[in-house]
Design a binder for this molecule. Structure first.
Ligand SMILES: [Zn+2]
Ligand SMILES: [Zn+2]
Length: 279
């Protein structure tokens, strides 16, 4: 199984010389569990360049959305495979408060984009999860849990014979009000995964301003990785205001935090263009 990052930024794309190292595109992560299937988590601006590559092969594409906020869907109209005649593309979303996976095409209407969803040449189909929030795609098991985020959405766990990973973004581990998934359930769900990709948008001193916005603190995410005993943690959905230098500092502090807790969990920051092979 191979994972490659095409977009790691939260909220809005941030091109420029201060973000060139970690990258400025919004959320998009490619997971290739085997040679047959392509799983893509979120269609932020990073999906445009991924689409250029995928347009040259014929693998079936499964697009899994954490939720439908702009930064997770806005690259979709520029994803070349949706314009390929007969290309099979499946859309999946879960635990949204309104709409289903097909609602990502609502952005392709007259006032917002010249091509409408009905004019796409690919064979686009919506797939549903079962009552337990699970779907099996080829030899890959995909499980979901509801996010703690305004408007809902889902976190994903992928299990193959090779290894496991989880993609959980736009998730506030300790929200001030209503909670869809309490912390112990996350710990249970993520127990022992090889690679955890998790929202780590904010820092401790920012909490008073951002509590309830639906994102986690770096330190909360580190604690989750520790409690769930994951092998490797990747901090994700970087705040648009963070420069490369500030992200380097967050990484150094995070590694120090793990060392001070005598944990052998590897910590990295998600970075555009980087690949991992969990397991
Ligand atoms: Zn987001
Ligand atoms: Zn969001």
């Amino acid at each position: 199984m191979k994972v490659t990052f095409y977009g790691v930024r939260g909220s809005i794309a941030t091109p420029g010389k201060e973000t060139v190292n970690y990258g400025g595109n919004t959320s998009c992560v490619l997971v290739e569990p085997d040679d047959e299937v392509v799983l893509i988590f979120d269609a932020g601006t990073g999906i445009r360049s991924l689409g250029q590559l995928l347009a040259t092969d014929s693998r079936d594409i499964y697009l899994l959305f954490s939720h439908h906020h702009w930064d997770h869907i806005q690259g979709l109209p520029f994803f070349r495979p949706i314009y390929q005649q007969g290309r099979k593309i499946r859309l999946l979303s879960n635990y949204l408060n309104s709409g289903d996976a097909s609602s990502v095409l609502d952005q392709m209407t007259d006032s917002h984009f010249p091509v409408t969803g009905a004019q796409l040449q690919a064979e686009i189909e919506v797939l549903a999860f079962n009552d337990q929030g699970i779907i099996v795609i080829g030899d890959t098991k995909v499980s979901t849990l509801p996010l703690n985020h305004p408007g809902g959405g889902s976190g994903y766990k992928i299990e193959t014979a090779d290894g496991s990973l989880a993609y959980i973004t736009d998730n506030e581990l300790f929200p001030p009000d209503e909670m869809q998934t309490p912390y112990p359930e996350w710990v249970n769900f993520l127990q022992g995964v090889d690679l955890l990709i998790h929202d780590a948008m904010f820092l401790d001193d920012e909490l008073p301003k951002v509590h309830g916005w639906g994102h986690s603190l770096v330190t909360q995410t580190l604690q989750l990785a520790l409690d769930a005993d994951v092998k490797h943690l990747l901090l994700f959905h970087h705040d648009p205001s963070r420069t490369d230098a500030q992200l380097d500092e967050i990484l150094a502090n995070s590694r120090e935090w793990m060392a001070s807790h005598s944990a052998e969990i590897e910590v990295s920051l998600a970075r555009e263009g980087e690949s991992y092979q969990p397991g």
